[in-house]
Design a protein. Structure first.
Length: 105
């Protein structure tokens, strides 16, 4: 199993925390600003790598920016690594267990 790099972990933690706090996903430019990544393409490279490792899923293969879903693997990451968000992640994971078609966008 290929693990996340330290930078990918930071971006995943930020992405999950932002999503849980705001009930919306952070934009590519916002992620770039927070992590001082100058190009949107650089941010997208990180998001694609996180997706390939199974933490995100996306349905629209033409525009990943608009259609990223958080997977059970990402929720388990939050449960294990993000104590402030453990309860939220556990609740969402339970929802996923009872309804496998559930998708958090």
């Amino acid at each position: 199993m290929i693990s996340l790099t330290s930078r990918q972990k930071e971006i995943l933690e930020f992405y999950l925390a932002y999503t849980f706090d705001n009930l919306a996903q952070p934009g590519v430019r916002h992620i770039g600003m927070v992590f001082e990544i100058m190009s949107s393409n650089g941010v997208m490279d990180h998001l694609r790598a996180i997706c390939r490792k199974g933490y995100f899923q996306y349905a629209n293969h033409r525009s990943m920016r608009d259609d990223i879903g958080i997977t059970p693997k990402a929720l388990q990451f939050a449960i294990d690594s993000m104590p402030d968000y453990r309860e939220i992640a556990e609740a969402l994971l339970r929802k996923w267990t009872t309804n496998p078609d559930y998708r958090m966008d």
